[in-house]
Write a protein that binds this ligand. Structure first.
Ligand code: NAI
Length: 456
């Protein structure tokens, strides 16, 4: 039986990055992945959706060229070519991960791994008939789409009428009518794509707003923007049945329905904690997720968990960092996970970027808060590039210690800019320090600098 210092179960962003860092740190590391390296992020989430959304953006540019003095002729989209390009993008990146593992000496086993408990030397994991032993183990088993017991949903998934994030990213035809259940991140990004490429999109959301925890003013701007572009939003509506070419829901106590050629079910994801022998280790779970502390340790000595499986913040970049924290602790380096400066992005057009506290959450935590709310029209580059755009940025400041607590913005490039705000929060720089930082001009990020100078 081969003995490893570390067995990583699951090769998504949490797992492959941790395996690389562990091997670099001198640990003999085994990575077990049953599907493709890169996990949901690379294969059926972050990356393929960005490939599709970029195709939609190119199409949007063509359609709106007139506003910028450009006549493009008739622009059309070839969905099969879009999907083929997406597959090439995914393949490039997945093979990049594989070569990274090889370069760093991580052994990769491409098979289902099943935990068989603990032996004298460590954790036992069986894969393809071979049993491996790891002195320590990191679980990065990820999450899966929630499929609630709505009548017709499971049957719809079986016959292809209903899709999850996995199947919709391979759809090589454009549905005439798409109904999206759930106005969260996946729902909005896919609604945005199919709206751009010509589907009639309806988003049915249970809450009274889209984009979940996003600042309400920003989610309203996003919703109004997409309503103008033709998406129908049904807020406060609970889906009660799916099938017969329609989605049925309750709106103000009345039963309504909307016709659909395809339905996307995007109502959240849940950690995967069954099907791979986790129960043999008696791991403590919390609300269906593996319970971890700030070092990413579980209640079982030597067992760590990172990424969606611990249910804290289900984002690839959170998983990267959690995996690193786990490995650093294994290597005896002091490191702990902090969740107060994790950016989140919605890749709609315009993009939404957020990090840290909202005004509401900061007040609830007892901070003495000042909020600066600026129009994106304060940015020269934004005005030059966004005909008729009405983005905003909100900077939330702690008046007592003169530090940034949160930044929330809706404007293109927000996804690329928001890390700067995360740095402001993570480093706890004072406003005086931040005002000395020179931002490039003309840029969209300058609007954050502008906001800092507006603080009273
Ligand atoms: P989500 O949690 O973001 O949104 C689900 C939405 O569905 C919520 O607004 C909820 O109120 C609604 N909902 C729940 N049950 C419903 C029902 N029966 N009828 C109507 N609406 C209902 O989940 P989503 O969009 O599936 O995304 C899953 C995960 O993937 C999230 O953790 C997200 O952060 C991550 N993700 C992140 C992306 C990014 O960072 N850009 C992109 C895509 C996914």
């Amino acid at each position: 039986m081969e003995l490893f210092d570390l067995i990583v179960l699951g090769g998504g962003p949490g797992g492959y990055n941790a395996a690389e860092k562990a091997a670099k740190g001198g640990l003999k590391t085994l990575l077990i992945e049953k599907r493709a390296l890169g996990g949901v992020c690379l294969n059926e989430g972050c990356i393929p959706s960005k490939a599709l959304l970029y195709s939609a953006k190119v199409l949007d540019y063509c359609h709106h060229g007139e506003a910028y003095g450009v006549t493009c002729g008739e622009a059309t989209i070839d969905q099969k070519k879009v999907i083929a390009r997406k597959a090439r993008v995914v393949k490039t990146l997945v093979s990049g991960v594989a070569s990274k593992m090889k370069k760093n000496g991580v052994k990769v086993v491409s098979a289902q791994g099943t935990i068989q408990g603990r032996g004298d030397e460590g954790f036992l994991v069986e894969a393809e008939g071979t049993v491996y032993c790891g002195k320590q183990m990191l679980i990065c088993a990820g999450s899966e789409a929630v499929v609630p017991p709505i009548p017709g949903l499971r049957e719809g998934l079986a016959d292809g009428f209903v899709l999850t994030n996995r199947e919709i990213l391979d759809l090589d035809t454009i549905p005439e009518k798409l109904v999206v259940i759930g106005g969260g991140v996946i729902g909005l990004e896919m609604a945005s794509y199919f709206n751009s490429v010509g589907s009639k999109v309806t988003v049915v959301e249970m809450l009274d707003k889209i984009a979940g925890p996003t600042d309400r003013e920003i989610s309203n701007i996003l919703m109004n923007d997409y309503a103008k572009k033709g998406i129908t939003f049904k807020l406060g509506c609970k889906v009660t049945e799916v099938g017969g070419g329609k989605v049925t829901f309750e709106e103000n106590g009345q039963t309504q329905s909307v016709e659909a050629d395809k339905v996307l079910c995007a109502i959240g994801r849940r950690p995967v904690t069954t099907g791979y022998g986790l129960e043999t280790l008696h791991v403590e779970l919390e609300r269906g997720a593996i319970k971890t502390d700030e070092f990413m340790k579980t209640n079982v000595a030597g067992l760590y968990a990172a990424g969606d499986v611990n249910g804290k913040i289900m984002l690839a970049h959170t998983a990267y960092r959690e995996g690193e924290v786990a490995v650093n602790n294994m290597l005896g380096k002091k490191d702990r996970m902090r969740y107060n400066a994790i950016p989140s992005v919605i890749y709609t057009n315009p993009e939404v970027g957020s990090v840290g506290e909202t005004e509401e959450s900061a007040k609830a935590k007892g901070y003495d808060v000042e909020t600066v709310n600026l129009s994106m029209l304060y940015s020269g580059r934004y005005v030059a590039e966004n005909e008729g755009g009405d983005g905003i940025v909100k900077v939330i400041v702690d008046k007592q210690y003169h530090r940034v607590l949160g930044v929330h913005m809706i404007a293109n490039y927000a996804a690329e800019i928001i890390y700067g705000a995360a740095m402001m929060i993570e480093t706890e720089a004072t406003l005086d320090n931040l005002k000395e930082v020179v931002f490039p001009h003309p840029t969209v990020c300058e609007v954050i600098r502008e906001a800092l100078f507006e603080v009273q």
